[in-house]
Design a binder for this molecule. Structure first.
Ligand code: PMP
Length: 456
């Protein structure tokens, strides 16, 4: 079979049996899947031999880049030694014990215990059960409401979708989990009107206080937020936001949950987004960059306050997964963290490639279609607008973003559209030359999009 025949073969088979995640599968089947066959460094390759610069690190996860033999070898070695055993019934194994120690080292100093799962969604399911059980044990079972934000993303299980603030997800598979409520997001560019970003940060943070007062502080157990909203379009909160959230959580005795699934493991130029924004969370769900996506693994890092109660006052915590702390995934996570440490990738994002990425990307803000370039570390969001002065978007949000995304793919760069915000989150190992390449290809895609929608 030549390349075209091979592609057609796999596309045909895919259509017959595969329902894709977050996809209109009927529409996809009309167009055909892109079959990805291999990857190396920051490039992926499809079945027709076309290479793409992966500006998204997969789904925000391949932090150390593709083709790392060390990670494959760590999995191989562990699978030969002990491919599986559980952490139930008085058992544990070496990789999971060591990983727990290492996670306690790299997370904030008041976080010293960890509970394992397999995905970000499962980590957030775990958060819901932990929060409610914590307050139950404290004799305050009514503190079972969790406050989140509109346009948040916390996963796709029932609990994850409920915690998230995506209207399109709430519209399917409901009813959602009870006692989860959503307040406004700190999205100044899109919703801040004439306020300064700092004013708007305070206003949106104080929505939490209003909601707590409305429900009653004795009914609210936790607030959950991503340090930077990822799937919502890389919404970077104004500097005033997180300090005020922290103050409110303390004042009303509400647990603070920082969802680090995207921000964790170097993305923002520190180990965690909580370090970058000076957040002191009680619980920290994490996944993705934990293993750079080579094997599935996630965890909830538990602060001392909650761990003390959960360990010493709970008896059996009736929660866990067959693959909680899977040995091969734990071995890969350990090796992944070793790479991040030895290659000083955190420092690289903070001092070198992060600032370079931000500077080069900022040149795109001059483009007539691009309202702003907002970035921290190696994560960025760019709203596409019809009027830069008034920050006005387009009538049918998502339409122009999708056009732009398709031009990006055509130009050989993977950039994602979250509505009409174009987002980037490349591997932490990206070179300066490849940052330039992203900017060049993105710029061409913006030109083509602007022409198509009649702005240029
Ligand atoms: N939380 C956040 C902040 C995420 O970005 C995601 C995934 N994009 C999740 C949770 C869910 O993770 P998963 O897809 O592994 O279930």
């Amino acid at each position: 079979m030549n390349q075209l025949e091979k592609t057609a073969f796999w596309q045909n088979l895919d259509q017959q049996h595969h329902i894709h995640p977050f996809t209109d599968t009927a529409d996809l089947n009309k167009r055909g899947t892109r079959v990805i066959t291999s990857a190396s460094g920051v490039y992926i390759e499809d079945s027709e031999g076309k290479k793409y610069l992966d500006g998204m690190a997969g789904l925000w996860c391949v932090n150390v880049g593709y083709g790392r033999k060390e990670l494959a070898e760590a999995a191989y070695k562990q699978m030969l030694e002990l491919p599986y055993y559980n952490n139930f019934f008085q058992c544990a194994h070496e990789p999971v014990i060591e990983l727990s120690k290492v996670l306690a080292e790299i997370t904030p100093s008041h976080m010293n215990h960890v509970f394992y799962a397999n995905s970000g969604s499962e980590a957030n399911d775990t958060v819901v059960r932990m929060v409610r059980q914590y307050w139950n044990l404290k004799g305050k079972a009514d503190k079972n409401h969790i406050i989140s934000r509109k346009n948040a993303y916390h996963g796709s299980t029932v609990a994850g979708a409920s915690l998230g603030g995506m209207a399109g997800m709430h519209a399917q598979g409901g009813p959602m989990l009870a006692n989860v409520v959503h307040i406004d997001q700190p999205y100044w560019y899109g919703e801040g009107g004439d306020y300064s970003p700092e004013e708007f940060g305070l206003i949106t943070a104080r929505k939490l206080e209003e909601k707590i007062k409305e429900l009653g502080p004795d009914k609210v157990g936790a607030f959950i937020g991503e340090p930077i909203q990822g799937a919502g379009g890389v919404i970077i909160p104004p500097s005033t936001y997180w300090p005020e959230i922290q103050r409110i959580c303390q004042e009303y005795d509400i647990l603070l949950v920082a969802d680090e699934v995207i921000c964790g493991f170097g993305r923002t130029g520190n180990w965690f987004g909580s370090d970058t924004f000076d957040i002191k969370p009680d619980l920290m769900p994490m996944a993705k960059g934990m293993s750079s996506g080579y094997l599935p693994i996630s965890a909830v890092m538990v602060g001392d306050r909650v761990a003390d109660v959960l360990i010493n006052e709970c008896g059996e915590f009736t929660h866990g997964f067959t693959y909680s702390g899977h040995p091969a995934s734990a071995a890969v996570a350990l090796e992944n963290i070793r790479i991040i440490r030895d290659e000083k990738l955190i420092e690289r994002v903070r001092d070198d490639i992060g600032p370079y990425f931000q500077k080069q990307l900022a040149t795109l803000a001059d483009h007539p279609l691009v309202g702003a370039v907002e970035s921290v570390g190696l994560i960025a969001g760019m709203p596409l607008v019809s009027d830069k002065k008034t920050r006005k978007g387009f009538d049918k949000p998502g339409t122009v973003g999708t056009i732009c995304r398709d031009f990006c793919v055509e130009n050989g760069v993977i950039m994602r559209a979250c509505g009409d915000r174009m987002v980037l989150s490349p591997p932490l190992v990206i070179s300066h030359a490849d940052v330039d390449e992203i900017v060049k290809r993105a710029s061409a895609a913006f030109d083509a999009t602007a022409k198509k929608v009649g702005i240029m």
